[in-house]
Design a protein around this ligand. Structure first.
Ligand SMILES: Nc1ncnc2c1ncn2[C@@H]1O[C@H](COP(=O)(O)OP(=O)(O)OP(=O)(O)O)[C@@H](O)[C@H]1O
Ligand SMILES: [Mg+2]
Length: 502
């Protein structure tokens, strides 16, 4: 049986929390303030502590620090009045597992305590060596850092259970990869992994996308359609960008999570499904709950087993392995034989802040593959976002590639000069995607060279991305409208490059 300590200066609250937990077979002790709590925890072992944020003598946050210093494995859940939510959020940074807002609902309390203890038990039983996780299409999950190894262990354990998981992390940190790993390493792997991007579906269609509809359920519903929930039956439904679903859908989703049943739009029957929910978000759901934009009960349902992915800047020691992995991947894709980055290029990569995380790193390596003609990626082949450390970035809407009106802007000139200095520095001539931009020393007109460089760069980039405008703009790091204007200027038709292989 698990032992829980309830700490609050409000005796009524202590009593009601304690009785709700006792009814659910927990051994419960009480303490009236932080000091008493710390003393009790020193004297006896507890699995979990429910800790009020504001108490006389010692605040909840101070008590939390002392408790964690004494026993780091104890799970702490903060109890907080609405006005102190900020302190509770602060406490989660100090190692609290989660927080509950007062008045505490017995249902939420028991649910969250139960899940927290189960998750803790799983993590405790975890073996120290990181498991190898399987992913579809030969993708590998790279991570040497202790943070990532720990996460691999958690994924391994969580892949075997059916509980909802919420994956959190900045854009490009690998949330989708985690969702896939949860599915493809568990017992559901032979059934479907279905993704819904909650931010990409218009509000009017989302219910039908989730639950399906009957023929004639609404204008345009000319045949019966199965929803993603049914499609994923037996498998996993990945709800990407969960922070973007409407209030109405939040209610409906909560119901499916609780009852595993739903009603298709326009139907008069319920459908039962066996679907595991994995959700992801890069939004601050706690803030959204506070503002009333995200349902608290749904948040608790989803947040019981959160996986927080670190940013790339927090685990720069993974950069080497990721770079090697992406180089191998693009060697195969682009039929090249790149061996690595030059030490100078690697230094720039390590110094970068990586706001776009692993996706940005992947794009940067692919960009270098397009530009670099040799077998070693040199600094000149890296995009300017990496090479201009400490220099102010260009505005998105600024014309990054050229000064079409003939004016030289400072950054623009520097870029080309940096590139030219490579070709005249005794190294190989600057060669754009193997198509041969070579500087003719007798024809040094800057504008003409710049335009030729641009033209060849665009052709190479389009070729690499099979004529796809969005991909090309993304990877070349140019606003789409600038790309389109350039193509028009040079009379280049993107479609002409759709079938060519570099
Ligand atoms: N640890 C990793 N090892 C190998 N590749 C990775 C790793 N993490 C992420 N990637 C790759 O980086 C890219 C971005 O990852 P993913 O799409 O999972 O990020 P995300 O967190 O879902 O981003 P967003 O919030 O923008 O949707 C993908 O191409 C993915 O394959
Ligand atoms: Mg994603």
């Amino acid at each position: 049986m698990f032992k829980v300590l309830v700490v609050d200066d409000d005796a009524d609250l202590r009593l009601s929390v304690a009785s709700a937990l006792s009814e659910n077979n927990y051994i419960v002790d009480q303490a009236k303030d932080g000091e008493e709590a710390v003393n009790r925890i020193r004297a006896s072992r507890y699995d979990l502590v429910l800790l009020d944020v504001s108490m006389p003598r010692m605040t909840g946050l101070e008590a939390l620090k002392e408790i964690k210093a004494h026993d780091p494995s104890i799970i702490a859940i903060m109890l907080t009045a609405f006005s102190n939510v900020r302190d509770a959020v602060e406490a989660t940074k100090e190692g609290a597992y989660n927080y509950l807002e007062k008045p505490v609902k017995a249902e939420n309390l028991v649910y969250i305590v139960d899940r927290a203890l189960k998750a803790q038990k799983m993590i405790k039983n975890m073996s120290l060596s990181a498991p190898v996780l399987k992913l579809p299409n030969g993708t590998d999950f790279i991570g040497q850092s202790s943070d990532m190894k720990r996460i691999f262990g958690v994924i391994d354990k969580l892949s075997r259970v059916d509980t909802a998981v919420l994956i959190r992390g900045e854009s490009g940190t690998g949330k989708e990869l985690v969702a896939q790993a949860l599915h493809f390493n568990g017992p559901r792997k032979d059934n479907r992994f279905v993704t819904i991007n909650c931010s990409a579906i218009p509000e009017t269609l989302i219910e039908s996308e989730f639950f399906g509809h009957e023929k004639g359920a609404f204008t345009g519903a000319d045949s019966r359609k199965i929803g993603k929930f049914q499609y994923a039956d037996g498998g996993t439904l990945f709800l990407d960008e969960i922070g973007d679903i409407t209030a109405g859908m939040q209610v409906k989703l909560l119901r499916v999570l609780q009852e595993k049943k739903f009603t298709p739009v326009g139907a008069n029957r319920e459908v039962e499904v066996n679907v595991r929910i994995v959700a992801a978000t890069n939004r601050h759901l706690e803030e959204m709950v506070k503002k009333g934009e995200f349902r608290e009960d749904l948040f608790y349902r989803l947040n019981v087993l959160p996986i927080q992915l670190p940013t790339l800047r927090e685990r720069k020691n993974d950069i080497d392995a990721l770079v090697t992995y992406f180089i191998e991947k693009f060697n195969q894709q682009h039929k090249k034989n790149v061996t690595g980055l030059s030490p100078e290029a690697m230094e720039l990569v390590k110094a970068h802040n990586w706001p776009g995380n692993i996706r940005e790193l992947e794009n940067v390596i692919e960009h270098a593959f397009v530009i670099e003609s040799g077998n070693t990626i040199m600094p000149a082949s890296l995009p300017s976002s990496i090479t201009r450390i400490g220099r102010p970035g260009l505005d998105d809407d600024e014309d990054e590639l050229s000064a079409g009106n003939g004016d030289l802007d400072q950054d623009d000139g520097d870029d080309l000069m940096a590139a030219i200095s490579v070709s005249t520095g005794g190294l190989s001539p600057l060669n754009v995607g193997g198509k041969g931009f070579t500087l003719d020393i007798n024809r040094l007109d800057f504008q003409a060279n710049k335009e030729e460089f641009e033209r060849q760069f665009l052709i190479s980039a389009l070729t690499a991305f099979k004529g796809r405008i969005n991909q090309t703009a993304l990877h070349a790091n140019i606003p789409k409208k600038t790309l389109l204007r350039k193509l028009q200027k040079y009379g280049i038709t993107a479609k002409d490059y759709s079938g060519r292989i570099t």
